[in-house]
Write a protein that binds this ligand. Sequence first.
Ligand SMILES: Cc1cc2nc3c(=O)[nH]c(=O)nc-3n(C[C@H](O)[C@H](O)[C@H](O)COP(=O)(O)OP(=O)(O)OC[C@H]3O[C@@H](n4cnc5c(N)ncnc54)[C@H](O)[C@@H]3O)c2cc1C
Length: 394
Amino acid sequence: MSRLRESDLNRLFDVDTRARIIECFDALKGTPDFHSALKWRSAVPELCQLDCSLSHLGAHALGAAQMIDVFRFFGALSLDLRDVPGLGHGRLLSLVRGESFTPFLRSIASGSSFTAVCVTEASGGSDLQSIQTTAVRCQGGYRLSGRKQYVSRLRQADLYLVFANVAMLERGLTVFLVPASADGIVIHDIAAHGLRGCSWGALELNQVFVPKNLRVGGEGQGFSLFSTHFSYWRCSAAACAIGAAQTALDYSRKRLQARHAFGGPIGRFTHLQQEYARHAARVHMAWLLVQSTAQRLDRRAYCYVDAAMAKAESLEVAIAAVQWAMLVHGAEGYCADLGLEKILRDLMGLRIADGTPDVLRGQVARGLLGETLYSESLGRQAVPLKMLRERQLW
Ligand SMILES: Cc1cc2nc3c(=O)[nH]c(=O)nc-3n(C[C@H](O)[C@H](O)[C@H](O)COP(=O)(O)OP(=O)(O)OC[C@H]3O[C@@H](n4cnc5c(N)ncnc54)[C@H](O)[C@@H]3O)c2cc1C
């Protein structure tokens, strides 16, 4: 990180801001407001302003290489807060040309709006080509019908980014901005194993009217918006996971020193030292991968493969580190009070969200080995994407 960038980070995400976030964490913990992204964003308003995609709104903002430090900080506190800083999924609106979404971006950046992204359906989350939600053209816009599921923050968001196929159009995957107040919307809650309180659920769209000016980008641009947005988003999820893993390693370090068994600290057992060193190295390697992805994002270099790699591997590395930390704590590690089991449950959710490791590694292999083998693995021709091109690692 250059000197200038370091000073930007310190100015925008300074010691006072960090101290206020921790104060806010202590004040909100255990209350229903803890899970409210909007509460957090109103308590610490600068959080919304940090994202670089705001620069065209005149806000001071951080690049991806700096934002990952912010995400790591939040991941270390609680994975429930992974989408609190920055613009969240609202960032996708900054990817389209023109000013049409500027009022929405302003409202998200001021902390008065929050956006959920609605991609997954019963027919499959990994396979975007299987999306059944349809947008039928009508006077002044579109009518959207379908059912999304496993969507985070459904009840907390006031805006939904819905992926739907424009009827009668080949390769018509398109993104629509749908206000939560639109007629024809029904929400169903789903109970989650982790990341609880973030309002997870299904979204029914019954002939929901969306005016043409709320179509995000062109018809058929859904795949490319997905790839661009999720490259950033996966990088942020990876950074949050690294933060959570570092918290678990901090717990382990203290435990190795403080816990005595058989006449001395358990940290004197070399097999535990070896494992500690192995997890610390793997977490550090994953962090370097996240950093290099973020630097590529800032350079606007091709990074779909890097982001997929960073997210898949960081989540696996983080889960392994937390599981080991639980083991080192014996029965105490299994107690809900310690908090490690919660981190593990949350990471297990994050591992699936925004692309499972299998699917992401499939995209990495696609970037490294080429389209032909990828299409053969699917048994069909993959959608050709500008974003998905060959990547040489060395
Ligand atoms: C905590 C959490 C939050 C989420 N938030 C959102 C959200 O906000 N919005 C939203 O739209 N969705 C959200 N999701 C849904 C998530 O994105 C999907 O669950 C995910 O993409 C996987 O899709 P699926 O559940 O349909 O699994 P499937 O696609 O059915 O996959 C099932 C299994 O098959 C494997 N598999 C599938 N295809 C391949 C392949 N080509 N190669 C190798 N293996 C394959 C997968 O790895 C997986 O193990 C969330 C999920 C979780 C757990």
